[in-house]
Design a protein around this ligand. Structure first.
Ligand SMILES: [Zn+2]
Length: 101
């Protein structure tokens, strides 16, 4: 597997640089976590490509939206009923009420 080669190469290089075993392990653990994180990110992106989600457009996206032609957008950054909260997109309470009525 490609990652195993990466870990071995990393350990080799750290050894050569005189890094102790404990620190070597920390670095490899960090790499394992990062690779896992990126893998999840890629899986999310693949899902979004395969099953696109459309959001009610906030009308600020482009000229088309301003002309009231566009109702939906696949770009969540321009979704009417979602707000950015830190690094998360959160559905607004207002849109919740609308869907229930
Ligand atoms: Zn639009």
């Amino acid at each position: 597997m490609m990652e195993n080669q990466l870990y071995l190469k990393t350990i080799k290089r750290l050894k050569r640089a005189g890094v102790n075993v404990k620190r070597q392990r920390e670095v490899v653990e960090f790499l394992v976590d990062e690779i896992e994180r990126y893998r999840r990110k890629i899986a999310n992106l693949e899902t979004r490509i395969e099953y696109p989600v459309l959001y009610k457009c906030n009308g600020k996206r482009c000229d088309v939206c301003k002309k009231d032609v566009c109702e939906l957008t696949s770009d969540i950054r321009y979704a009417k009923n979602f707000v950015m909260d830190g690094n998360l997109f959160v559905e607004t309470p207002l849109s919740d009420q609308k869907t229930r009525s």
